[in-house]
Design a protein around this ligand. Structure first.
Ligand SMILES: Nc1ncnc2c1ncn2[C@@H]1O[C@H](COP(=O)(O)OP(=O)(O)OP(=O)(O)O)[C@@H](O)[C@H]1O
Ligand SMILES: [Mg+2]
Length: 338
């Protein structure tokens, strides 16, 4: 469990959908704490229950069972009116941006302010300020159709910030964008998190998004949380099958690699693989076999995995593992090391 005050706590949240063909359990007994000021990722494959989970956080969906606590107060059980007031503090952005096409960027941003009863001039002043903050001061009068995907999402973010939320929920907010634009939007979200202290919840199916933007992550699979922890932790030592599938998407390729003395090394940017292998060999005086390697150099750091066959002489394989321990390089034994 992370330190700090939880801003959102889900307690044993279950969500069933009744359909003609029966009941679908989209969420199954989910309990998580999202800490104030953090960026929290929720990742899972399509259909895992991610959208249902965010929609339960702001009660767009009512959980079938369980409680949603926001800032110390239980949201489940509030009246419609009370709930609507709290909801202003939990903003959301979407994959398809959900802008009003007949309104300009500025009018889109002002919309929630006007609904909240803010005077027109005041709303316009604040709207312009927000559009400036997201880098669109020169596009206030553009219609959504005149904006790129990244610009539309910036309008979405400005609109979300209009109500001074404590939490910003992002449901696949970058999934319709190319990698470069994704980066710039994640950068903006990180800045907003730091600058305004807004807690950010990022829903995605892309591990790179989590890696780039989140402090902690929960992995959801078939409506259940399979694993939760710091992003560093889960990237270097994924424990569950669900986590391993996401961290090593090419896991299937290595499933066939079996045998004794095999270890999987995980490079998370802390070490470079070339000297690691060379040093293992030099220190132990014995070769290691590279059975599989998939290392990517992302902005100058090595990320990926490698499967090594260690020496079959115990004394030598011990020295090889000792070296990895000394260097604090994550590994797991996938075949018995003798
Ligand atoms: N309104 C609904 N009625 C019936 N079933 C639903 C409804 N909404 C979601 N489901 C079902 O609940 C499960 C979880 O869906 P959800 O949309 O939360 O998944 P997701 O992880 O967001 O997927 P994606 O990555 O494709 O967006 C799926 O089996 C889905 O079919
Ligand atoms: Mg979804």
């Amino acid at each position: 469990m992370a330190e700090g005050k939880p801003i959102i706590s889900l307690r044993n949240v279950t969500k069933d959908f009744e359909t003609r063909s029966g009941t679908i359990r989209a969420l199954d007994n989910i309990s998580i704490d999202i800490v104030q000021g953090e960026t929290y990722g929720i990742i899972g494959l399509s259909g895992a229950g991610k959208s249902t989970l965010v929609r339960c956080i702001n009660l767009l969906e009512t959980p079938t069972e369980g409680r949603v606590v926001f800032n110390g107060e239980s949201l489940t059980g509030l009246s419609r009116k009370e709930l609507n007031l709290r909801r202003r503090e939990i903003a959301m952005i979407f994959q398809q941006f959900n802008l009003l096409m007949q309104r300009t960027a500025l009018q889109n941003v002002c919309f929630p302010l006007e609904i909240a009863g803010v005077k027109k001039e005041e709303a316009a002043r604040r709207g312009k300020e927000l559009l400036k903050r997201v880098g669109l001061e020169d596009r206030v009068d553009s219609y959504p159709a005149q904006l790129s995907g990244g610009q539309k999402q910036r309008v979405g973010i400005a609109r979300a910030l209009a109500s001074n939320p404590k939490v910003l929920l992002c449901d696949e907010a970058t999934s319709a964008l190319d990698p470069k634009t994704t980066r710039s939007i994640l950068e903006l979200l990180k800045d907003i998190n730091k600058e305004f202290g807004i807690t950010i919840v990022i829903i995605t199916h892309e591990m790179s998004v989590i890696q780039y933007a989140c402090d902690r992550v929960a992995i959801i699979e078939a409506g259940e949380i399979a694993e939760e922890g710091s992003v560093d932790e889960i990237f270097t030592r994924p424990k569950t099958k669900a986590a391993k599938r996401l961290v090593f998407p090419d896991q299937e390729k290595t499933d066939g690699i079996v045998g004794e003395n095999l270890i999987r090394l995980v490079f998370d940017g802390g070490a470079s693989y070339e000297p690691v292998i060379a040093n293992m060999v030099i220190k132990s005086g014995a070769p290691v076999n590279i059975m599989y390697a998939s290392i990517q150099n992302v902005e100058g750091v090595n990320k990926g995995q490698m499967i090594l066959e260690l020496s079959n002489i115990k004394k030598q394989s011990e020295i090889q593992l000792e070296y990895l321990n000394e260097q604090k390089i994550a590994y797991e034994e996938i075949g018995e090391v003798k």
